[in-house]
Design a protein around this ligand. Structure first.
Ligand SMILES: NC(=O)c1ccc[n+]([C@@H]2O[C@H](COP(=O)([O-])OP(=O)(O)OC[C@H]3O[C@@H](n4cnc5c(N)ncnc54)[C@H](OP(=O)(O)O)[C@@H]3O)[C@@H](O)[C@H]2O)c1
Ligand SMILES: N[C@@H](CCC(=O)O)C(=O)O
Length: 431
């Protein structure tokens, strides 16, 4: 039987514990999610039939602050996946020193098959189901795969209806007109760009001599690809769920983004002024993209993309994980033995939740920041934490993943110990 995603995810905790000293009580607490909720969501479809969807919310840990994490709409969503994503959020928020714990939600469905009205009823129904489990001081939602600011707006509105007061801080990644933050829509890709652009020079890599392949061309992948291309990196391959394109000389990412927004697929369209042409490129599969001979590989789609089965075929020198959990722990060992450096998800993709934190702060203070303020704060946080992870890994000669987890675990351990074990209450109940 194959390992569950959570078993694999939590093996990262076990491995990193060697490099940090926290109490046994804290270790025990970090092994289990604090609370999980599973809900059935009845939705009246446009054709009059009733469909029941399964939804989940897991709060993994809230020692350092309210739970925080996105909501995913995808056919493969399961409690095991949501729990793993909530686990990663816990370590990501601690690594970035955000005053949040980790949480995640999801609904099992293919959202591409629903109309806009059906999606709205589903999103509002999900909030009906989990309303008692979330809140601006309890657990705060955000976008993830196949959810977006429109859906976050519906969710915030539904929660406000239930509470009978406007509660913007329960959801981040909302439309600007509903209390969203400037820069949240591009935050994940921008944060990843800062990590890549600040760490690659340490490896003597300059943009012009660095080739890049990006798997996944959504909120996270398209933005990082665009920023890298604009900074002079050679982005030679990109893909979406239907497959990818490769061009040795580099792709025009801005035009591909434009095309992707209008149509669903990816094509290399090059525009000069108002004249646009499809330029010669090679169509490649996602498997082929992962095996390209490039300097930098950026998985920015789903988990379990680089596994024990294909890790041996990876030829990139550096992997920057923009997706959550794209590399399995067995693949990590293989990549390590091949000398491939993996920059871990909990660092690389933390820009999204960092600007979510800024959004939450703005919602609670009522004072809204300019885009350049957001971007400066984001850059400062991402570069600082990236440098710390890099130095820790160098100093102890350990993987960047172990270094990132060790730092997050140290912060979590300190907070857990500061709170104590709460034995007092338990003993009183027993007495
Ligand atoms: N959004 C955030 O703020 C954020 C923050 C941190 C981490 N992340 C992580 O980043 C990853 C991507 O999230 P996102 O927000 O960018 O989602 P998104 O906007 O929904 O985009 C997902 C992209 O991945 C593509 N995709 C789906 N299945 C694929 C497959 N099997 N192979 C290759 N590409 C595939 C999709 O293709 P189609 O367009 O064809 O459907 C789409 O281009 C996830 O792991 C997410 O957890 C997101
Ligand atoms: N879903 C995103 C964003 C979470 C958030 O902004 O709360 C992540 O995995 O980090």
């Amino acid at each position: 039987m194959s390992k569950s995603l959570f078993t694999d995810a939590s093996s990262r905790l076990e491995r990193a514990l060697k490099y940090v000293s926290i109490s046994d009580d804290a270790i025990e607490r970090l092994k289990y999610p604090k609370a999980s909720l599973s809900v059935s969501i009845p939705v009246r479809m446009d054709n009059g039939t009733l469909r029941i969807f399964q939804g989940y919310r897991v709060r993994y840990d809230d020692t350092r602050g309210p739970g925080k994490g996105g909501v995913r709409y995808h056919p493969n969503v399961s409690i095991d996946e949501v729990q793993s994503l909530a686990f990663w959020m816990t370590f990501k928020c601690a690594l970035l020193d955000l005053p949040f714990g980790g949480a995640k939600g999801g609904i099992t469905l293919n959202p591409k098959e629903l109309s806009k009205a059906e999606l709205e009823r589903l999103s509002r129904g999900y909030i009906e189901g989990i309303a008692d489990f979330i809140g601006p001081d309890i657990d705060i939602l955000a976008p993830d795969v196949y959810t977006n600011e429109m859906i976050m707006g519906w969710m915030m509105d539904q929660y406000s209806i239930i509470q009978r007061k406007i509660s913007p801080a329960v959801v981040t990644g909302k439309p600007l007109t509903m209390g969203g933050s400037r820069g949240r829509d591009t935050a994940t890709g921008t944060g990843a760009f800062h990590v890549i652009n600040s760490l690659l020079p340490k490896l003597d890599k300059k943009p012009a001599n660095t080739t890049v392949a990006v798997q996944g061309f959504g909120n996270a992948g398209a933005v990082v690809a665009d920023l890298l291309a604009k900074a002079g990196y050679q982005v030679v391959a990109v893909s979406d769920s239907q497959g990818g394109i490769y061009r040795e000389k580099g792709l025009d990412i801005a035009s591909i983004r434009e095309y992707k927004q209008e149509h669903r697929g990816i094509t290399a369209i090059y525009c000069e002024g108002t004249v646009c042409n499809i330029v010669e490129h090679e169509a490649i599969s996602n498997e082929e993209l992962l095996a390209l001979d490039v300097d930098v590989l950026i998985p920015a789609a789903l988990e379990n993309q680089i596994t024990a089965e294909n890790a041996d075929r990876v030829r990139a020198k550096y992997i920057f994980e923009v997706a959550n959990g794209p590399t399995t722990s067995e693949a990590d060992r293989i990549l390590d033995s091949k000398g491939i450096l993996v920059f871990p998800d909990i660092l690389v993709n933390a820009g999204g939740v960092t600007v979510s934190y800024f959004e939450w702060v703005q919602n609670r203070s009522g004072l809204y920041w300019r885009l350049n303020e957001i971007n400066e704060r984001l850059k400062e946080r991402m570069v600082t934490e990236a440098e710390k992870v890099w130095s820790f890994a160098q100093e102890f000669d350990i993987s960047l993943r172990n270094a990132a987890y060790a730092q997050a675990i140290a912060r979590l351990g300190e907070a857990l110990d500061a709170k104590g074990t709460r034995d007092y209450y338990q003993n009183k109940t027993r007495a």
